[in-house]
Ligand binder design. Structure first.
Ligand code: 8YV
Length: 318
């Protein structure tokens, strides 16, 4: 029987694709795979490992014999999963491999933001030894403070675990309450959205971008937050109304923000870059070689489980 054909798009590390290459006929030449190239050639492939472009209707229609699309990451807001389902195409994602790296980046941003690392670093490079005896130059301690987790999935729970070690109390809001064992482990209290926003000293976002989560952090939410509170977003820019956030930061309605994701990536509004109470990074939650290789393995395993074994795993459009 002829081997199934797999197209791997984008910069996926080859180290994670060995088993995939042994199992299927794999094409992976990121330098020639422009969107136009993908649209012209996708019709020859049974499986797609998707990175660097959107699987919208146009792309899905081009995949005339496609049986499976796997994302290269946990998020799938760049895939029209309902249309794929209508076309009989299985969509899978990579929830395991991004969990710890994204939680690490969240903790990095959180600490850098509340301890004002960017401000101190910037001033030192300008030759200014900032005097932290001045209250205006001080950071915020985390011990005893409340972490508000919006979206208590794998990443949210891992961040909460890290923050418990820092002595923080955990409250969370989620589509549904999590298992009692997890609540007990994290000593986490389930609260409604308004309570989450009002009580958190640090609000960290870990929900997917869906119609229900779009711009839920808006002027009303920022108004309700403590003026000493911080917002950390390593999930999706769509969760936040970015103009409202900029206004809240400029008017010191909240103390600061750590942002890895933006409304219209790769565009970062100039107003954000001017604020010294904001730490910015260019969507690097999974930006380590270890994480990218693990993601390639997980995505490859999704393709193998479906096309070789006939038992799809990590399916998001059942
Ligand atoms: C990915 C991400 O690295 O997993 C996700 O959903 O946002 C990132 O960790 C990014 O999507 C690149 O594929």
């Amino acid at each position: 029987m002829a081997k199934a054909k797999i197209l791997v798009t984008g910069l996926v590390p080859d180290q994670g694709l060995n088993e995939l290459k042994q199992t299927f006929e794999v094409f992976h030449e990121p330098e020639i795979e422009t969107r136009q190239w993908i649209l012209a050639h996708l019709g020859e492939y049974d499986g797609l490992l998707l990175a660097g472009t959107r699987a919208d209707r146009e792309l899905i229609d081009a995949g005339r014999r496609l049986k499976i699309i796997t994302t290269f990451g946990v998020g799938f807001d760049h895939v029209d999963i309902d249309y794929a389902k209508q076309r009989g195409i299985i969509v899978t994602n990579c929830p395991q491999s991004v969990r710890v790296p994204t939680a690490e980046l969240t903790l990095t941003l959180l600490l850098a933001t509340v301890r004002r690392l960017h401000f101190y670093d910037h001033e030192l490079r300008l030759g200014n030894w900032v005097n932290v005896a001045q209250p205006a130059n001080m950071g915020t301690s985390l011990q005893g403070k409340t972490l508000g987790v919006y979206g208590m999935g794998r990443i949210g729970a891992t961040v909460a675990r890290f923050c418990r070690m820092l002595g923080m109390q955990i409250i969370y809001n989620n589509r549904h309450r999590v298992a009692p064992e997890l609540e007990a482990e994290l000593a986490a209290r389930y609260v409604d959205f308004t309570t989450l926003v009002k009580e958190a000293d640090v609000l960290t976002l870990h929900a997917p971008a869906t119609p229900a989560t779009t711009a839920v952090f808006d002027a009303v939410a920022f108004e309700q937050m403590k003026d000493s509170a911080y917002l950390i977003n390593t999930a999706r820019g769509a969760l936040v109304n970015q103009d409202d956030l900029i206004q809240a930061l400029e008017e010191h309605q909240i103390a600061g923000a750590g942002l890895d994701v933006f409304e219209d990536e790769p565009v970062v509004p100039e107003a954000l870059t001017k604020l010294d109470n904001v730490v910015l990074s260019p969507h690097v939650g999974s930006g380590t070689m270890d994480a990218r290789v693990a993601m390639a393995h997980e995505a490859a395993n999704n393709l193998i489980a479906c096309l070789r074994d006939g038992r799809p795993v990590n399916q998001v459009n059942k």
